[in-house]
Write a protein that binds this ligand. Structure first.
Ligand code: PEP
Ligand code: MN
Length: 288
């Protein structure tokens, strides 16, 4: 007989749905992630300039985003590529929060930077390349900030859940899982968007699930379709890269939407969001 999901993921019991565990809703400013509201996080890959960040913050807020993303510390594939503005970038993010009212999510790459990043950010992002850096996860957990945990590009669902469990073990219940595409034999796109993982995670875990169609696709023209697929699969929200002038972006320009592209993508989600709301009227099932 087939194992139940609880048996299959027995190593990470606290991330699984059960009669004892309600859906996790992570509080951020005056709203929640994982609740009824669909949450969009949007912004540039990297914080570059004050103009770039403020203009993006204002436009994505108008289109319905709740959270501004932007990297101040960038884990680049090449050590010779732009590595981020560091503290200056964090300060720009804090200013953008003040001006726009958006919450801030930004990546923390090193254990020693956790207190500084936690001072400026509402949510700490653990990047794909850091998903299995357990000492970083422990330190980030102890900051008390909600953690956006991105799936490693070579990580299985079980690996992702192990990292989530570790954060819970360190006293932080507010883990937000993020599917951002994995490496497979397919090379036409930057990564393979594992939409099945979104459906599975929603089925087995009480943690919120965010989809990142930008890093999955690697090409901006595919981002809206992957975003719609993610909503249909039950995601609690999106993480999308947006830039005022994507062709001039200092990182990930090919996959960044411009402002009009972001408006169009957001408008195209409406019918999918309506279906999602209908599906959420059903009570949450515990996994057998
Ligand atoms: C990012 O969000 O810009 C990023 C570097 O993502 P990932 O860790 O998924 O590659
Ligand atoms: Mn990026």
């Amino acid at each position: 007989m087939r194992q139940s999901w609880n048996e299959q993921f027995a190593e990470t019991p606290d991330v699984l749905k059960s009669a004892r565990r309600e859906q996790t809703v992570a509080p951020v400013l005056d709203f929640e992630i994982g609740g009824d509201e669909f949450i969009t996080m949007a912004g540039p890959c990297s914080v570059e300039t004050e103009f770039q960040l403020m203009a993006t913050a204002n436009r994505v807020r108008r289109a319905g985003a709740r959270i501004l993303r932007g990297g101040a510390f960038k884990p680049r594939s090449s050590p010779y590529a732009f590595q981020g503005l560091g503290l200056e970038g964090l300060k720009l993010l804090a200013r953008a929060r003040e001006e726009s009212g958006l919450a801030i999510v930004t990546e923390v790459m090193s254990e020693s930077d956790v207190p500084m990043v936690a001072e400026y950010a509402d949510i700490l992002q653990i990047g794909s390349r850091s998903m299995e850096n357990y000492s970083l996860l422990e330190e980030a957990a102890r900051s008390g900030r909600p953690i956006l945990l991105k799936r490693g590009m070579m990580a299985t669902v079980a690996d992702l859940l192990r990292s989530a469990q570790l954060i819970l073990d360190n006293g932080n219940p507010n883990v937000i899982l993020c599917e951002r595409g994995i490496r497979t034999f397919e090379t036409a796109m930057r990564n393979t968007f594992d939409v099945a993982a979104i459906a599975l995670l929603k089925q087995i875990s009480h943690l919120p699930v965010i989809a990142d169609p930008s890093h999955a696709a690697g090409h901006r023209d595919l981002v809206p379709a992957l975003a719609r697929i993610a909503v249909a699969a039950g995601a609690d929200g999106l993480l999308v890269e947006v830039h005022p002038n994507p062709d001039k972006a200092w990182s990930d320009g090919e996959q960044s939407l411009d402002f009009d592209g972001f408006d169009d993508m957001m408008a195209s989600l409406d019918p999918y969001l309506a279906l999602r709301e209908a599906a959420r009227l059903r009570p949450m099932e515990a996994v057998g």
